[in-house]
Design a protein around this ligand. Structure first.
Ligand code: UD1
Ligand code: UDP
Length: 410
């Protein structure tokens, strides 16, 4: 098909907070490439949580859609996205559509482009749990997008192995995850500017110097209901320890905000705060002793900052940091969460081992590799390296330490 434009016309479509953080450095790199005419379409799946990311990275959307409704269902969201994205494709006439990850915005944008025979490039392709219900519906979204993509930008060699094993039609490249590009840019900004650090820290003036910070985030749909009640129960137990203070920026989804505020709002050393802008959240990760989360992005970022992560899921599509010993799955069972957190707070040696800085997800050059691939230039693919400052904790260390810490707790 002959191209109507001398430059490659690329339309990036995204709509939620994590997509915005992970696409921000890439759309900046696309805009800086003379051979590319880059445009951005924001679906509006998230509004306030996305706007703060655009503001921080100084991004302006070419197309802004407005699909968010309070407490939206997956089907109403999907229908609204199809109706809103198609006219944008008609008007923009892109040569390629770029989507990121596994959200409903990404899945509908990719499928809409496919229906118009526009090639799709998938950033963060190939992650798999192997269980279509976990994460739900994201595992299905990611697999569907991979199936129809021409370019599969897989962050790690493991994710590339997944797409090769499935004999998908698109061409794959190991690029590293663009979240590490975003994190490096942001952490360098914080580390190089004392005044900025002081200003950011002012937001956390409620922190008490004598207690270590347990940073919590959680929002997965498969944890709604009993899962969140169990998580709250675990946090109530942990809040009784005199050496811990919990900071929890609460996701705006009413299925999260409701139970969390109701169950934890009365505890003096549990700080429920609004979702933070990315700069402030990276600073809070730097200040944390341990991170407890069900988030995909936080699982990738915290090991890079040398913070141990306990993941409130039974399976993860990001096994690399588990293998490196900096991430451990604890599910949502309150006992397992309490034991895991106590082990890390009570055992200095375990904490040191689990906090060894590991970068299995990227080296900060993912965006440059993706631009090279889109331009048809050779790609110098990403190879992971892990710091060997401390040995990783062995599987056997966890249970014995867990037993000790349970005894300590009671
Ligand atoms: C979505 C993604 C999930 C991703 C998460 C990141 C899907 C199916 N899920 O889940 O993969 O990990 O975003 O945060 O795509 N809300 C606001 N303001 C906002 C954002 C959300 O009020 O800025 C509230 C609204 O009531 C909205 C609800 O949260 O209806 C749920 O948002 P939605 O995007 O449907 O799902 P998430 O659970 O956020
Ligand atoms: N994040 C943020 N502010 C917060 C909590 C998280 O900027 O208050 C960032 C975090 O650093 C990560 C991303 O949001 O880059 C993760 O988003 P989320 O947990 O909503 O989605 P997931 O990664 O699970 O898809």
């Amino acid at each position: 098909m002959a191209r109507a434009h001398p430059r490659l016309k690329v339309l990036s479509i995204f709509g939620t907070r994590p997509e915005a953080i992970k696409m921000a450095p890439l759309v900046k790199a696309l805009a800086a490439e003379p051979g590319i005419d880059s445009q951005i379409c924001i679906t509006g799946q998230h509004q306030s949580m996305l706007q703060q990311v655009l503001d921080m990275f100084e991004l302006k959307a070419d197309y802004t859609l407005d699909v968010m409704t309070p407490g939206q269902t997956l089907n109403t969201l999907t229908a609204a996205l199809y109706a809103a994205i198609d006219p944008v494709l008609e008007q923009a006439q892109p040569d390629k559509v770029l989507v990121h990850g596994d959200t409903t915005s990404a899945m509908v944008a990719a499928m809409s482009a496919f229906h118009r025979r526009i090639p799709v490039a998938h950033i963060e392709a190939g992650l798999r749990t192997g269980d279509i219900h976990q994460p739900w519906p994201e595992e299905m979204n990611r697999r569907s997008i991979d199936l129809i993509s021409d370019h599969l930008f897989t962050p790690t060699s493991e994710s590339r192995r997944n797409v090769l094993g499935e004999r998908l039609q698109g061409t794959s490249f190991v690029t590293g995850n663009t979240v590490i590009d975003a994190l490096k840019m942001t952490a360098e900004r914080i580390d190089s500017n004392r005044q900025l650090r002081v200003a950011l820290d002012r937001q956390f003036s409620f922190l008490e110097p004598g207690r270590k910070v347990l940073l919590v985030t959680g929002h997965r749909r498969e944890n709604f209901g009993d899962g969140f009640l169990d998580i709250c129960q675990a946090l109530r137990t942990l809040a009784s320890r005199a050496d811990i203070q919990i900071v929890y920026p609460v996701h705006l989804n009413p299925n999260v905000l409701g139970p969390v505020t109701e169950r934890l709002g009365d505890l003096p050393n549990v700080h429920l705060i609004k979702p933070l802008d990315y700069l402030s959240f990276v600073r809070l990760m730097q200040l944390a002793h341990v991170v407890l989360t069900d988030s995909g992005g936080v699982q990738e970022e915290a090991p890079s900052l040398g913070k141990p992560v306990l993941v409130m899921r039974d399976v993860t599509e990001r096994p690399e940091a588990v293998a490196a010993g900096t991430v451990r799955l604890v599910g949502t069972d309150p006992n397992a969460i309490v034991r895991g957190v106590c082990a890390l707070f009570d055992d200095e040696q375990l904490w040191r081992m689990a906090s060894r800085s590991a970068n299995p997800y990227g080296d900060g050059k993912a965006c440059a590799r993706i631009v090279d691939a889109l331009m048809g230039r050779p790609v110098d693919e990403f190879v992971a390296q892990t710091s060997l400052r401390h040995p990783e904790p062995s599987e056997a260390q966890w249970p014995s330490i867990q037993r000790r810490s349970v005894a300590n707790l009671h």
